[in-house]
Design a protein around this ligand. Sequence first.
Ligand SMILES: [Fe+2]
Length: 301
Amino acid sequence: MNVAAGKIIAGALAPHPPHLVYAENPPQNEPTAECGWEPIRWAYYEMQKSFKKKDYDVIVVLSPHWQTYIGTHVLAVPEFKSLSVDPVFPNLFRYHYDLKVDVDLAKQICDEGKEAGLEMQLMQNPDFRVDYGTIISCHMANPDWDKPILSISSNRSTHYYSPDYMQGISIPLGEVTRKAIEKSGKRCLLLASNSLSHRHFTKEPPIPEDMSYEHIYNHNQYLWDMRIIDMMRKGQSQEILDIMPDFVEQSVSEADSGAFTWLLSALERPTYPAKIYGYGTVIGTGNVVAEWDCDTKGAEQ
Ligand SMILES: [Fe+2]
């Protein structure tokens, strides 16, 4: 490692229910809400404060909603500006985004992945529509959008094969992401853009933000979420990776995307505690907002 080595300064679970941005009413989003999902949004406010104190160059996010079937793709166009509409919730999320991408880092991660034998590709189509998972996680982590981002796709290996196969790709992807960042000389914040348990309601209430309808969907899934969060608090990352396939299958977790595995791997399977900012449900899905601070290693808690 050279003197100007880059580093991952923190990693976070930063779930992307569109309802959160809807309830925030930012100027970029067309629909407006009265309120809603405060426990998770307030958790994000606390995480934003933590990020604001840090000195970093770029946000790197792996999103379950940029789904690729041949290998892993990396955003590699300097700027994207367009309208993102959630296909399931167009009534909640029609967001005008205008973002910058760190193309140099994209190329470095892509090259590092290829060198390690991973199937990797740069996404260089200027008309590409950036997925809403990337946009929502980045917005909730940094609503000022004053840092460039880098988005990594979710290879759909869980669906084609199995969660074990997904981990076989996502663990080395995390390792090459870390190596590329170290070589880049940049300080990076990593976001895994996924919920925990992900079975959800199939009917929307008349007023989406009517919180009298919001509740945990299923006790078994809730227990899974609590178990995972407890392990995060105890720094049991290796153990989380060990049970990830069961967690994915039994809680229909959005960790099927590989985002959570990628994050734990990139952070070198932290044995220190994650800072848990909050947990809450969105249409019954389980969402934790949590950070692993690579400098303090949880010492300030
Ligand atoms: Fe999602």
